[in-house]
Structure formats: C-alpha cells, structure tokens
Design a protein around this ligand. Structure first.
Ligand SMILES: Cc1cc2nc3c(=O)[nH]c(=O)nc-3n(C[C@H](O)[C@H](O)[C@H](O)COP(=O)(O)OP(=O)(O)OC[C@H]3O[C@@H](n4cnc5c(N)ncnc54)[C@H](O)[C@@H]3O)c2cc1C
Length: 465
C-alpha cells in the first residue's frame, strides 16, 4: 500500500465519527431482580427505539421497557453512514423484481414512513442535521456506466426527480477524475446525524414513559402461562409481549440464525476539510454519493466538513462471528483509504481521524423480515441489510401490528407475510458466501453474471450489504 495511504490512517481513532454526540452523563440502570412490563423491547437501535415510541404513542397507558445488552444505541444505529431512504425494498429496481404486485403500495408506504420521520423530528425539535438532499449514483467503470440509463429509468418510473449525467456533467457537479457518469436523484433520500437522532429518540421515549435498562443481555426468552420471561444475568423481566429488535446478535427465537447473516462494514471519516479542499471538490448540493458496483462505496460530507467514506468490503466470518474483535480489520480500512485518494487525488495529504466498523444484518432478499413466535407474544423485525435507518420505523410498525392488530393491512403484504429463504448452515454457509462474493467481484469486472448468480436470481435470493 502506498506510504501516503498508510500515513493518512496513522492517527485515526477507532470510533464512529458520530459517537461524540452521545451524552457523557447518560445513566441507565441494569436489569436486576424481577421486573414487570406490558411490552419488552430487546435492543436499543433505531428498530427498538421506534418500537418503543410507536407502542407508547398508540397506547399511552401501556408500560414499555427497552432492554439493551451494551450501552444504548451502540451498534449499527450509531455507526452507519447517515444516509436515510424512503425505500423499504432496497431500491425501486429490487422491489419491482421481488414484489411487482405490491410495489406501488410499498413505495407509498415508504414515502409516508419518511414523512412521519420528518414530522417526528420537527414535532419534538430534534436537531438531527437532517437534509433532504437526495443522492447521486455514480458510474466509475464502463460496466457501471452501462447501467446508468436503467437506474435513471426506474427512478423516473417511480416518480423520483432523476437526472442522467454524462461524465463531464458528473465531474462538473463533484470533481473526481474517476467518474464516467451518474444519476442525480433529488427525491427519495437524504442525510442525517445518526447519534443526534438516536439521542433525541431516547429523550422522547423517556418523556413518553418508556423505561430503559442497559448492560443487560437477554440470554433466554421463555413462555409462561400468561406471558413471557426475559432472562438477564442479574434479573428477569416478566412481560405480556416482546419485540426483538436485536439485529444479528441474538437468535432468541428459532429461524433468526438461518435468515440473518452478519456482515462487517467498514467506514472512515476525514479531518475537517480546508476551504481550498472543499472548493476543489465542488459538491455544492452536499448530497450523498454511491457508486454502482456490487462492492460499492458510499460517501457524504458532515456538518463540520469531513467526508465519511464507507463500504466496499462486506466481510463474513465463519460461524456467524459478530464479535467486536472483527471490527478491527486494517486491510479493509487501508483499502478504503486507497480508494478515497484514487477518487479524490486533489485531497492528497488529508488525514483520517476516525475508522470504525459495524455489523449489517443481511437477508437473502435484502429487506427485513418479520415473524412471530411463542404463540404470537413475540414479534421480530430484523435483517435491514444496510438500509435500515429509515425503514426501521416501518419495521417497528409491522412488528407492532403483528403483535397487536390482526386486521392490519401490512399483514397482507407479501414482504411482511413471507420470510426470506434461509442461508445454508455451516460448514456450507462460509464457502457459499465467499463464492458468491467472488462471483459478484467478477461481475463488477466483466459485467456478466455467472451461472451461480443466475441460479440465485432465479431463486430470487442474493448477497448484499
Ligand atoms: C457501518 C454501517 C453503515 C450503515 N450505513 C447505513 C446507511 O447509511 N443508511 C441506512 O439506511 N442504513 C445503514 N446501515 C444499517 C442501519 O444502521 C441499521 O439497519 C439501522 O440502524 C437499524 O438497526 P437496528 O436497530 O435494527 O440494529 P442495531 O442498531 O444493530 O441494534 C440492535 C441492538 O440490539 C442489541 N441486542 C442484541 N441482542 C440483544 C440481547 N440479547 N439483549 C439485549 N440487547 C440486545 C444490540 O446490542 C444492539 O444495540 C449501516 C450499518 C452499518 C453497520
């Protein structure tokens, strides 16, 4: 690796750039003794927090407890890129391929979901650095450039404000010698500060009466005659019902382990850029950017003029290992840094101040799945596949409807009613994931989907982050 790339990372702290916004004086108890509640929510990321807030909003008299095994919001929800999208289907093209009959409804539900998130921020005065800036999908290889027209057309078809840009127009907008064209989509997505959002949500939840326990891993979930027991090392929570918002971390009921794959995603953030560097980039609308490969980068500016630069590698470890030690993978961060300077050579000498990783909960259909267990007393919403900052609110709505509302129209959506195909168990899982990744890299290089990828297509399954 070139020495200047190594040097750019030399002083980077292993922490998310957003983490400074966590209050230093947050103090939540550990679950001890025997506690009781109407609804237990396991997990305090966006999915868990939306579940708690929506549950209280629907029925203010219901007691709601959130239990977190670590500190509140410490996982993906505080480590993501801060992109937020209306899409509930991992993009229009994927939704159209998977659920053509429901797609119009799913698009409208996604738009309504985003309207509700905006209204929530505004009603509760949360300064989440929200920006309705849309994003640009960029081609950086000839293979990707061939897809631009299709990306433009599918966005147009679903009513997005999309514009097809040739190489010159793309570089005029954001200055990189690697750009071969792009699709600027001004609607349907935006950017925000994940931890400011998360902290605001915890505050709202507390005001609504939600109680929180942290450092309290739920190790077992047991059915009782009239409810549930959630067992933690120092206590036990008796609940009528529970929602699992645990991402990849705890297969507390059957089916989760087979359907949710942990993938480590890596991210960097630069130091604040100088006025000269910012001018050299242009990027005046400050929209989020992604390139169009199977292995893709996502990047954006922050309010204090850093660039957050993430993606590309999506690492799976044998046996679903999602332990924190896997967050340290220098090869992934160094590769990201190299790609950064390849993209923006004018930023030579800029240093990275943050490097971090987080776990994505991937499903074989790239969208969350919803299920119930233990006689309908437990619902789960898991598997957001790297696109969950917005759709977690929809996930929470669907999970609560599965628990509480037998007549909910959401139950009739195929995406809610049906589960994704399971991944094979180990020892087959690891080699199949690696082979699929290899096939996707080959497709990025050649533009051709090999026999294996075409077989997966025919089964409507795949690998994505
Ligand atoms: C690096 C990275 C970048 C991403 N970028 C984006 C992006 O730009 N845009 C986007 O839309 N999405 C992105 N995502 C995905 C997005 O962050 C998540 O989908 C979203 O925040 C919803 O997360 P969650 O609440 O379902 O899970 P998490 O935030 O992972 O929360 C799950 C929580 O459950 C807790 N838990 C698990 N088991 C137990 C147990 N047994 N007892 C108690 N607590 C338990 C965990 O400790 C954790 O806090 C990214 C993810 C990563 C990792």
């Amino acid at each position: 690796m070139p020495p200047e790339v190594e040097k750019s990372l030399a002083d980077a702290t292993r922490q998310s750039v957003w983490a400074h916004a966590f209050p230093t004086d947050w103090d939540f108890p550990t679950l001890t003794g025997e506690q009781k509640t109407d609804l237990a929510v396991v997990g305090s990321g966006f999915t868990g927090l939306w579940t708690a807030i929506l549950a209280k909003t629907r029925q203010p008299e219901r007691d709601v407890v959130v239990v977190e095994k670590n500190t509140l919001g410490h996982a993906a929800s505080s480590r993501n890129g801060g992109f937020i999208s209306e899409s509930l289907t991992h993009g229009h093209a994927h939704g159209q391929a998977m659920w053509p009959d429901d797609m119009a409804t799913l698009v409208e539900l996604g738009r309504e979901n985003m309207r509700q998130i905006r209204a929530f921020i505004s009603d509760y005065g949360i300064d989440a650095e929200w920006s309705d800036c849309g994003k640009t999908a960029i081609a950086v290889t000839p293979v990707q450039a061939e897809h631009l027209k299709a990306v433009y057309e599918i966005n147009n078809r679903f009513g997005e404000a999309a514009e097809l840009l040739d190489a010159e127009q793309m570089r005029e907008d954001v200055a990189s010698p690697t750009y071969l064209g792009g699709v600027r989509v001004r609607t349907g997505s935006g950017l925000f500060h994940p931890v400011k959002m998360l902290v605001g949500m915890v505050r709202v939840a507390q005001d609504l009466g939600v109680r929180f326990y942290q450092h309290s891993p739920i190790t077992a979930l047991q059915a009782r005659r009239t409810g549930l027991d959630l067992v933690a090392p120092q206590g036990r929570l008796r609940a009528h019902k529970a929602v699992l918002a645990t991402s990849v971390f705890s297969p507390l009921v059957g089916g989760i382990k087979a359907r949710v794959l942990p993938l480590f995603d890596h991210v960097l953030a630069t130091e604040p850029l100088s006025a000269g560097h910012l001018d050299s980039l242009r990027w005046r609308e400050s929209q989020g950017l992604t390139d169009l490969g199977n292995q893709f980068h996502y990047y954006r500016k922050t309010a204090d003029n850093r660039i957050v630069w993430g993606g590309y590698d999506a690492n799976y470890y044998f046996g679903d290992d999602s332990s924190p030690r896997r967050e340290v993978r220098d090869a992934s961060h160094t590769l990201l840094a190299k790609h950064f300077f390849d993209t923006f050579p004018q930023l030579e000498g800029v240093r990275f101040e943050y490097q971090w990783a987080g776990v994505i909960d991937s499903t074989s259909r790239f969208t969350p799945y919803f299920s119930t267990a233990l006689g309908g007393r437990v619902a789960s919403a898991l598997g957001f596949t790297g696109l969950g900052t917005g759709s977690s609110r929809f996930g929470a709505t669907a999970a609560l409807d599965l628990l509480d509302d037998a007549s909910s129209p959401l139950r009739r959506l195929e995406m809610v009613a049906q589960k994704p195909l399971p991944f094979p168990p180990e020892p087959f899982r690891y080699p199949l994931v690696q082979f699929t990744r290899w096939s996707l890299v080959k497709e990025d290089e050649t533009g051709r989907r090999n026999l294996w990828l075409r077989l997966l297509d025919s089964l409507k399954v795949g690998f994505n982050s």
